[in-house]
Ligand binder design. Structure first.
Ligand code: HEC
Length: 466
């Protein structure tokens, strides 16, 4: 009985600590916002409202409570059972409680002396670029209509080879910018050879039906890593790859990208001494996806790079396991596609980024080791096209020679998918959001003198057991 009473009173004391003193903004909430929210919720960043001050945050107290309890915010989609990611965005229970208690108690400001010092964000840039490269002219975005992807070739004028340790894209006008992808085009490449430097270029113009779907299907210049060997075509399987315009993208590498949820990329983390290689005389190719929003606008996007001061020990490069050969039938709620690559040399996996469009449902990366053992690297059980998140490994995953990366994705082309613009059509690979993609982007770090094509081989997918 005495023991029982003791337990009861301990419970009462523990509760008193959280309930008796309602959370205040200055003491309990601001530190949580600084650590978990202000990277996006500040002027000039991706979120529509700023949470830097009490005045800005106060009207959002109830919405914050709802957003964190439903796990809508902060945006994070990896199943916690697999992988350990250094950019993980997950609120601790204590942090969640602080926001909830604050909202439930009238969102008080609290004592000014409890306020932590503001975080010193670098104005605009999150990196301190050594070099910035900007579109030479602003792009005029009309008030309405579909804008095909714009490609702009911009010479770097680098007169010697360069090793990039971090990269960040700064869109000129976020209101009309859906995403930006920046590729490195080495000298001698024939990719987009007809494009005049500095002038927006549309490599393929589609005729579109009333739903906006492309009618004439031309081969796509899909981003493939350098000189990948064509896939060993699996016979009589849904995975048969269609002919790709990959040859013209030989040697083209993704440098970095901007999209909601993607911020600066640091190539020297988690492996110090790693960097991305940009050969002398390369051009950058900006792929820009503008969306119209009812008002004419202009955009002039730029990229910032930090450079290694001496040749690095390791090369960081980005590649992908992609499947373009799918045909998603009308109303199919769970269409599976698979893709795979194999390591021709040992590599250390450091980054993963699944990419699909609005019918994307889930995405799984597995490593199958030469021993036959397999491991789930990343599982995104509820993919959300509104967020393009890169998942940065805390510790690199060692991929011995012969390891395969196998990706399995599902698309939901049914009417139950609220993002589905039309469940009654067959959906194939294409750039626009109502067309689909299945890309398992990833980055590995290898010895500095290896080339991507020495390391990555495209192979037929064989889904391992879970
Ligand atoms: C990676 C960037 C990012 C981070 C980190 C982030 N947000 Fe957001 N947040 C957004 C964007 C973009 C929107 C608007 C689009 C949307 O609602 O999805 C948003 C919307 C919201 C909304 C409005 C939701 C609604 O239903 O209208 C709330 C509330 C919110 N965020 C709270 C938070 C809180 C609290 C945190 C930290 C615990 C946080 N956010 C972290 C980007 C972010």
């Amino acid at each position: 009985m005495r023991l029982f009473a003791l337990i009861l009173s301990c419970g009462a004391i523990a509760r008193a600590a959280t309930v008796d003193r309602p959370a205040t903004f200055n003491k309990d909430v601001l530190p949580v916002l600084q650590k978990n929210c202000q990277s996006c919720h500040r002027p000039g960043e991706v979120a529509p409202m700023s949470f830097l001050t009490y005045q800005e945050s106060r009207p959002w107290a109830k919405a914050m409570k709802a957003a964190v309890l439903s796990h809508k915010m902060p945006p994070w989609f990896a199943d916690a059972k697999y992988g350990h990611f250094q950019n993980e965005r997950r609120l601790s229970e204590a942090d969640t409680k602080a926001l909830v208690s604050w909202a439930d108690n009238g969102a008080p400001e609290g004592d000014a002396k409890d306020k932590p010092a503001p975080i010193a964000f670098v104005q605009g840039w999150n990196i301190k670029p050594d070099v910035t490269i900007e579109m030479p002219n602003a792009f005029e975005v009309p008030a309405s209509g579909i804008i095909e992807y714009q490609y702009i070739v911009i010479p770097t004028h680098f007169d010697k080879d360069v090793w990039v340790t971090a990269a960040e894209v700064r869109p000129g006008n976020r209101a009309v910018m859906h995403h930006v992808i920046v590729y490195v085009r080495p000298p001698g490449s024939t990719y987009l050879k007809d494009a005049k430097p500095g002038i927006p270029f549309v490599p393929v113009t589609y005729e579109r039906d009333a739903n906006g779907a492309a009618i004439r299907r031309a081969p796509q210049a899909a981003p493939q890593t350098a000189q990948q060997t064509p896939p060993a075509a699996p016979k009589a399987s849904g995975d048969a790859p269609r002919p790709q315009a990959g040859a013209s993208m030989a040697g083209i590498e993704l440098l970095t990208a901007f999209a909601p949820g993607l911020q600066e990329q640091r190539f020297d983390s988690p492996i110090a001494g790693a960097a991305k290689f940009v050969p002398a005389g390369s051009d950058l190719v900006f792929q820009l996806h503008y969306t119209t929003n009812g008002k004419p606008a202009t955009d002039q996007t730029k990229i910032g790079l930090t450079l290694a001061t001496s040749p690095p020990k390791y090369r960081y490069f980005t590649s992908n396991a992609t499947q373009q050969g799918f045909e998603i039938p009308p109303n199919d709620p769970n269409y599976e596609s698979r893709s795979a690559v194999a390591m021709k040399e040992p590599a250390q996996l450091v980054w993963l980024m699944p990419h699909m469009h609005v019918r994307g449902k889930d995405f799984l990366y597995q490593a199958v080791y030469p021993t036959g053992e397999s491991e789930t690297l990343l599982s995104v059980p509820k993919y959300d096209f509104n967020w393009q998140l890169g998942y940065e490994e805390i510790k690199p995953v060692m991929l011995p020679k012969g390891t395969r990366i196998e990706c399995t994705a599902h698309h939901d082309n049914s009417a139950n998918n609220p993002a589905n613009p039309n469940p009654n059509v067959t959906v194939r690979w294409g750039d626009q959001t109502w067309e689909e993609m299945m890309m398992g982007w990833f980055a590995v770090v290898v010895d500095a003198n290896l080339k991507p094509q020495d390391v990555i081989g495209r192979v037929a997918p064989q889904r391992p057991a879970l």
